[in-house]
Design a protein around this ligand. Structure first.
Ligand code: G1P
Ligand code: ZN
Length: 539
């Protein structure tokens, strides 16, 4: 039986950098997810011919939301849903499944690296047949639906068992519970030399992978331990938990602290990596060494020939504007295309689909390639392991050699969190108005060469996006300012600070960037406007 339920709009269902992301309690309000799902379906023509993947990172409310998706999709006469077994699929594996099976899209339940649980965050990403998140014009159409919705359709079927692989029906809609691992593992096998990686992980090389109680635990167990032979126990925090075991599942120096402590201890393994809650972010560490994501991306690009899938050449690379310029120097040397896009993986999709790029990366611990349309944590780890297996060098040596060849972009991101939205908006608009006056102005040892909003004109669909403000200095240093689009608690100002040097390669980023950090405060008036004297988080 299909019911039509009368509803009223919620006015806060605008998607951010990566889908809809809300406090769990907000997402659990009556009709909230239902309204949003119906709004998505309202924008998709011919649902009776369409198939979608459904799954998530396992956070609190994941499986309740999946039951709702099944019943609303069925009531809207969707042809078929592929549901990940137990409701668990990593974001990269989800993209892989959509592409490999030529699905029309997916509904992926995740708030990525944000904490989970009743008091944490919940999220929903809508992917299209590209395998990646919907484009801005599509999210705009969905937003418009959310603002005028008056009813949604839902089947009154009882809940379904998601634990057994198999096929059943809800109303006319076919529901297939699928294994969420096979397609992804197959794809990794086709990219990397698994024999070489097996030899490395069964040697005396010491490897750990921290899944942070997120969805990549089972993927890591299968790939690193079962297939590549790493000793049992190499995968830490391997069981997906609704609240990530209380962890903030964001793989960085602050939130993956126990892993970082291990890697800076006397007993440090040779290599460690961590993924975020939904498995698209990665952090790479060597013994007593941290690889910044911008450097990691540049190093992977410089070593593309090592990987069987890329040995015949790569098209080009793209980074978000906020990411350091390290990869540009590699692209210039390799004479391949280089693109700079706004923050958010969706902006890479057109460049990938039009074969302008093969690799893409963001400073926020994201790297990936054209095998899928999301960033991919495990892919990045397998890439790093392949470089180590081929060169026999340590992580630190690989990074040092890179800096010696190209120079080093020291890089930090300063986050000012929990700012009142009006203040954050004022800070950005006042700063934007002041940008023209900054040119040629001197701040300590730094002189501004130009300052402007970052505007991206997509070469494929000709859309134009403004995202953040950039200040360039005469010595090549840069400061980028932008507001986060993934937070659920007030506004977060992100300030990205970068300085390029060719001598002093082994200094502390904090030292090298101390003065520029101060300059970033002076230019933005952040301290006076927010009352904060320091950033809340420095990564
Ligand atoms: C953050 C990151 C961005 C990433 C996004 C989703 O978005 O900065 O690079 O694509 O998470 O993982 P933000 O909160 O800055 O809008
Ligand atoms: Zn994520």
């Amino acid at each position: 039986m299909i019911e039509t339920v009368t509803t009223t709009p919620y006015t806060d269902q605008k998607m951010g950098t990566a889908g809809l992301r809300k406090k769990t309690a907000i997402a659990m309000q009556p009709h909230y997810i239902e309204n949003f799902l119906q709004s998505i379906f309202n924008t998709i023509p011919s649902l009776e011919t369409k198939s979608f993947l459904v799954g998530g990172d396992g956070r609190y409310f994941n499986n309740i939301a999946i039951q709702k998706i099944i019943k609303i999709a069925a009531a809207n006469k969707v042809k078929k849903l592929y549901i990940a077994q137990n409701g668990l699929v990593s974001t990269p594996a989800g993209s892989c499944i959509i592409l490999k099976n030529k699905l029309d899209g997916g509904l992926i339940l995740t708030a990525s690296h944000n904490p989970g649980g009743k008091n944490g965050d919940f999220g929903l990403k809508y992917s299209t047949s590209t395998g990646g998140q919907c484009q801005p014009h599509e999210s705009q159409a969905i937003l418009e639906q959310t603002l005028k919705i008056t009813e949604y359709k839902i089947s009154n079927a009882t809940d379904f068992d998601l634990s057994q692989i198999g096929i059943f029906h809800c109303e006319e809609t076919e529901i297939e519970i699928i294994d969420p691992y096979t397609d992804y593992i197959e794809t990794m096998r086709n990219i990397f030399d698994f024999n070489k990686l097996h030899a490395l992980l069964t040697s005396n090389f010491r490897f750990v992978f921290d899944a942070m109680n997120g969805v990549t635990g089972p993927y890591g167990k299968k790939i690193f331990e079962e297939i590549l032979g790493a000793p049992e126990g190499s995968v830490l925090n391997a069981t997906p938990k609704e609240d990530f075991g209380g962890l903030h599942p964001d793989p960085n120096l602050i939130y993956a602290k126990s892993l970082v402590d291990l890697m800076y201890s006397d007993n440090a393994p040779d290599f460690a990596a961590a993924n975020d809650g939904d498995g698209d972010r990665n952090m790479i560490l060597g013994s007593h060494f941290f690889v910044s994501p911008s450097d990691s991306f540049a190093i992977l690009t410089d070593n593309y020939k090592i990987i069987p899938a890329y040995k015949d050449g790569i098209y080009g690379v793209a980074k978000s504007a906020a990411t350091s310029m390290a990869v540009k120097r590699v692209a210039d040397k390799l004479k391949i295309g280089f693109y700079e896009v706004p923050t958010g993986w969706k902006y890479f999709i057109n460049l990938m689909d039009s074969k302008r790029i093969t690799f893409c990366g963001e400073e926020s611990f994201g790297t990936g390639a054209t095998h899928i349309r999301e960033k991919d944590g495990i892919w990045a780890i397998l890439f790093w392991l392949s470089i180590i297996a081929t060169t026999n060098k340590s992580v630190k040596q690989i990074a040092l050699d890179h800096w010696q060849k190209y120079g080093r972009s020291y890089y930090l991101r300063n986050d000012y969190e929990g700012i009142a939205q009006e203040i954050a908006d004022k800070l950005m608009s006042d700063l934007e108005n002041r940008l023209p006056e900054l040119t040629n102005k001197r701040f300590g040892n730094f002189t501004v060469s130009s300052a402007h909003p970052f505007i991206y004109n997509d070469p494929v669909d000709n859309s134009s996006t403004k995202n953040g403000l950039i200040v360039h200095f005469t010595d090549g240093s840069r400061i980028v300012y932008r507001l986060s689009g993934t937070g659920t608690n007030g506004a977060t100002l992100r300030v990205y600070i970068e300085r390029y040097v060719t001598d002093k390669l082994l200094e502390e980023s904090n030292e090298i960037l101390q003065e520029l950090s101060k300059v970033s405060q002076e230019i933005s008036h952040v301290c006076t406007l927010t009352g904060k004297q320091q950033p809340d988080i420095i990564t």
